[in-house]
Every structure is written in C-alpha cells, then in structure tokens.
Design a protein around this ligand. Structure first.
Ligand code: SAH
Length: 360
C-alpha cells in the first residue's frame, strides 16, 4: 500500500489537528514530544472508540499531559451551522463551517443494512458537470483528511447517542476525490483502522467523475474500496455535453481503466447514471449503455436527477426510469434504481450549501 505523506498535521494557529493523524503518525508525534509511543494508540482509541471531544475525557492520560495537549493540539475545528432532519426517512444533513469560513455538507443516511455517511472531499468542485450544484461556484479549496474525518464524526456522535454506528462511507459529497487523492486515501486509512472506527474497505465507496489516472492509481495501491464511476451517458458526444471531463478522458479510456480496476482488485464497479428527462433516458440510450459495459463486472445505479434550481433539468418520469432499468436487465446488465434519501431536505450534493450561500 502506498503510504501517503501529508503536510497537513498542523494548521493556522500552529496546533496539531489530531483528526489528521493516522495511528502510526500519532505514535511518532508523541515520541517526537518525548512521550512514549503508546500514547498515540491511547489517544487514537479515545478519538475513535470513545468519540472524545475533549482531552479531559482521556482519563488514562496523566493530567499534566492532558493540559499540555489542550495547548498544542485540537480535536475538532468545525462548527455545525445547520442541521436538517428528514421527516420521511430520518436522513440528517449537516452544514459544517470551518474557521476560515468555508462550508461543506455531510449527510447521514439510514438504510436497513446500516448507516451510511456521505462525505465531501473538496469545498466546491472544478469538474463543471452541467447537472451538479457543487460545481456552481467553482473549487474553493481542498478538504484535509482530518476535515473529512471530522465530517464523519458528527454522524458518528449522533448515532452513538442512539446506540448505533457508522457502517459505511461514501465519498459522494461535494468535490472530486481523485483530485484530492492523497488526503482522500489518508482519510480512508484513518477510518479503516481496526483500533478506531474500523470501517471495512468494502464499505467505503470512492465516487469519481472519471479521472483515469486516479482510477489506475487506486487499482495499484492496495486499498480495494468500492469504486463508483459517474458515467451518465453512453456516447462521447452526449457525455462531453454533460461532463467536460469527458474531453480529457473519453468513454473508451475510462472503461479501460475500469476493466483494469476490476482485474487488479477483483471488485465490481458501480456505474452511476443520473437520468435527465429528454437527454440520456431513452431505451436506445439504455441499449447503448448495456453494450458499453456488458463485459465489465459491474452494477448500474440509476438516479433520477435531482432538481437543481440553477440547472433547469427535467426529471425522467418514474415509468420511464423503470422501463430504462428493465431494458438494461433484458440486455443482461445489473441495474437498480437508487432509493432517494431525504428528498424533503434537499439532500443531494451541494444543494444545502448553495441555498445557504444564497441566503447570507
Ligand atoms: N465527483 C464525484 C463525487 C461527487 S458527486 C463524482 O463525480 O462521482 C456524487 C454523484 O452525484 C455523482 O455521480 C454525480 O454525478 C451525482 N450528481 C451530481 N448532481 C446530481 C444531480 N443534480 N442529480 C443526480 N445526481 C447528481
């Protein structure tokens, strides 16, 4: 596994951001401060097994050490700006603000198979997909691994109060994880650690717009996570009109990288296909899509497009969504229609942040 070097342990006020550390880094950090390495493991367990938010809670650390930590380190730095809870399915959407003023969204979804959390990897996005709210204001800055961890902790703490836990994580919030690769991987290492949140790699989904070098790198680096690829169109002409990234990495190259990922990891790909009324949702499109992916071990997630006020998109009627799914299945391709979570709280990516920005 490729070890990712990061320079983001310390920020702004010079205090160490503890959510930015893998367990081994935390042990080294304590050693560099003249403390025994096992303090790293203890603090890591406090952070992720006990979900501690203060050093005072860390009762197996000597009191003087706790006071020193409070001076030179911080646990969380984000503030909850808004919280919306769906009356329909209990989906919770948090809008979080960091000290430099940026805001991102994270969403907790409750399924019958467990709780999943959607995390944002960038503030905004520069990919420019025509149907997406996250990219409207461009890319503001990267999220650090620790800031991604912190997003997750808001849901972890809420679930703990209910006796539950986070069972899966999807990197499907705002931003493109492959455009922030090192931090995204470090985030995965931290939440996967068995001494911490212990989230299995198979329960972590990295969703990409289709940055081919990132897919190849992920295939090679020994973290067999679930890869979701936002395909959304079966021809280059149509895909380029919806997703500018297709000009750099057209469909044939993208699917070659997907085949490589399957070969290297033994994992199936999950293709995302947002159905936009009158654009990519005909039965002919379904047949073209099926013939593109037929030889790839995969699953297609059909997503009725979410309404974005600025985008003026038409939704595909329910009957047509189901007809599209049946056509794919008839062609021998696995397809499900994604259950929509929290549609009463605008839970799709970028929507809450965009709304909030419009209000202030
Ligand atoms: N940048 C990554 C992950 C973030 S977007 C990616 O592109 O995959 C997560 C998913 O939501 C992607 O499949 C994206 O294409 C999709 N999406 C964006 N806007 C949408 C909308 N208005 N309706 C439905 N899906 C949308």
């Amino acid at each position: 596994m490729e070890k990712v070097q990061s320079t983001t342990h310390v920020q702004g006020d010079g205090r160490a951001r503890l959510y930015n550390f893998r367990q081994d880094e935390l042990a080294k950090w304590f050693q560099s401060r003249g403390e025994p390495a096992y303090r790293g493991r203890q603090v890591f367990q406090w952070l992720y097994q006990h979900l501690a938010v203060t050093f005072d809670e860390m009762t197996n650390l000597p009191k003087p050490l706790r006071s020193r930590l409070a001076e030179c380190a911080v646990i969380g730095t984000a503030q909850e700006r808004l919280r919306q809870v769906s009356k329909v399915d209990g989906t919770v959407k948090f809008l979080l603000a960091w000290p430099d003023g940026v805001t991102v969204e994270t969403v907790l979804m409750r399924h019958n198979y467990g709780n999943s959390v959607c995390v944002s990897t960038q503030v905004g996005c520069k990919m420019g997909c025509r149907f997406c709210a996250s990219t409207l204001g461009g890319m503001i800055r990267q999220m650090t691994a620790g800031e991604m961890v912190e997003q997750l902790m808001f849901s972890a703490r809420l679930l703990r109060q209910e006796g539950g836990r986070v069972s899966s994580v999807v990197l499907m919030g705002s931003g493109e994880p492959m455009d922030n690769y090192d931090e995204a991987m470090k985030f995965i290492d931290i939440i996967h650690d068995p001494d911490g949140l212990n989230i299995g790699l198979r329960h972590i989904t990295v969703s990409t717009v289709g940055l081919v070098p990132g897919i190849v790198r992920l295939a090679d680096d020994g973290r067999p996570v679930t890869l979701a690829v936002s395909l959304h169109a079966p021809t280059d002409e149509l895909r380029s009109s919806m997703m500018p990234v297709n000009r750099a990495y057209p469909i044939a190259k993208l699917l070659d990288a997907c085949r490589y990922y399957c070969r290297k990891t033994g994992r199936r790909i999950s293709f995302e296909y947002a159905l936009v009324g009158g654009k990519n949702d005909s039965l002919e499109h379904a047949r073209q899509l099926a013939s593109l992916v037929r030889d790839i071990p995969c699953h297609i997630n059909l997503i009725p497009v979410n309404y974005v006020p600025e985008r003026n998109l038409r939704r595909t009627p329910r009957d047509q969504v189901l007809a599209f799914q049946r056509e794919l299945q008839a062609q021998g391709v696995n397809a499900t229609v994604r259950r929509e979570m929290g549609h009463d709280i605008a839970a799709a990516c970028g929507q809450l942040r965009a709304e909030y920005a419009g209000r202030v």
